[in-house]
Design a protein around this ligand. Structure first.
Ligand code: BTN
Length: 272
């Protein structure tokens, strides 16, 4: 059964909440786009300044990490992309997705939900993926021109509105609460949380957010298996390192630092 009517989000209220902010004082709002990341990248290439946000009610070609698609039905969820121009090296751009993962989990937690972060880019509630982050950048290899941060949050989606193959893996804020929440309100909370965390990241570095990230990680202290292409690693997660790699302790005591990969928690996702 649906949690919400098919109504546009209250873009006026969202714009009011971001007046004067660095992130989201300029919001470009669309009914349907192929992908908000594509539009934000086009805007960035045309000179859009840091903090411009693109929001669509639906995406026809929403994309996720590793070439996957992102299910983007209309009037249920948040599909947002933010143009960023951080003074960092291109190699550091993936850290922005970690910063945004923390901010997204914090925004969802304002509803009293125990949201956690699953490295690298997922936000989970009760073992189900509720949000995902995707950074894409334009750089000449040495200099970063712009990073586009894409944020997808399943907000008011009911379980039976999810494709069948995702019903045991994906969730939504409304499924966790058993009622709908105003999408503009969650978007406002998320943009505010992201601006705060992003500012510290740019001013101080990733170390400024790392402890809080580790605090909300569902992986810390857990036994995991990580697939990175053909490489398979296993061990206990120690913590996220200052460079955004995940530190593991293998059964033989060897320390490993993992740069990328798909994580499976041995024995389930709940935080202990
Ligand atoms: C993932 O978990 O794989 C990342 C999902 C990112 C989805 C968002 S929705 C808004 C933005 N536009 C896209 O096409 N993708 C991101």
């Amino acid at each position: 059964m649906a949690f919400a009517d098919s109504e546009p989000l209250d873009i006026g209220a969202l714009r009011d909440s971001r007046r004067g902010a660095r992130i989201g004082s300029d919001i470009r709002y669309f009914d349907t786009l192929p992908s908000t990341n594509t539009t934000a990248r086009e805007l960035a290439a045309a000179g859009a300044s840091e903090g411009v946000v693109v929001i669509a009610e639906a995406q026809t070609q929403g994309r996720g990490r590793l070439g996957r698609s992102w299910v983007s039905p209309p009037y249920r969820n948040l599909y947002m992309s933010i143009v960023l121009r951080p003074p960092i090296a291109p190699t550091q751009a993936p850290l922005i997705a970690l910063v945004a993962g923390l901010a997204s989990a914090e925004a969802i937690r304002t509803y009293g939900i125990d949201a956690s972060i699953k490295w690298p880019n997922d936000v989970l509630v009760a073992s189900r993926k509720v949000a995902g982050l995707l950074t894409e950048m334009d750089s000449d290899g040495e200099n970063l021109d712009a990073v586009v941060l894409g944020i997808g949050v399943n907000v008011n989606l009911a379980l039976d509105e999810l494709p069948e193959e995702l019903r045991d893996k994906a969730g939504s804020v409304a499924i966790a609460l058993d009622h709908a929440v105003p999408r503009h309100e969650l978007a406002a909370r998320l943009l505010a949380a992201f601006e705060r965390r992003y500012d510290s990241f740019v001013r101080v570095g990733f170390a400024a957010v790392r402890d809080d990230w580790n605090e909300l990680s569902c992986l810390t202290g857990r036994q995991v298996e990580i697939a990175d292409g053909p490489r398979r690693l296993a061990g206990e997660v120690v913590a996220l390192a200052a460079d955004g790699t995940l530190e593991l302790r293998a059964a033989d005591g060897e320390q490993l630092w993992v740069v990328a990969g798909e994580v499976t928690i041995v024995g389930g996702y709940e935080r202990g």
